[in-house]
Write a protein that binds this ligand. Structure first.
Ligand SMILES: [Zn+2]
Length: 78
């Protein structure tokens, strides 16, 4: 019978089944990956754009799209 192979939802590598514990069925992360994620959340506002590749979206476009566009920025003061 083939063992079920699960992938970590954070790093996308296979989880190693070192010991079969009760929480195996619900486990979807490496413990180390999970801990790293928790640490990252604390300073997520700083690393979101660098580490996780989040894009700043301004007026429906990313910053890169704004730079590539020749349209001037229009700032409205309401
Ligand atoms: Zn992982």
């Amino acid at each position: 019978m083939e063992e079920e192979r699960k992938k970590c939802l954070i790093c996308n590598k296979f989880l190693r089944k070192l010991t079969k514990t009760d929480d195996w069925d619900s486990r979807v992360y490496h413990i180390t990956c999970w801990r790293t994620l928790i640490m990252d959340i604390k300073h997520y506002d700083k690393i979101a754009y660098t580490k996780y590749g989040c894009k700043r979206v301004i007026d429906g476009k990313t910053l890169e799209e704004h730079k590539a566009s020749s349209e001037p920025w229009v700032v409205n003061f309401d």
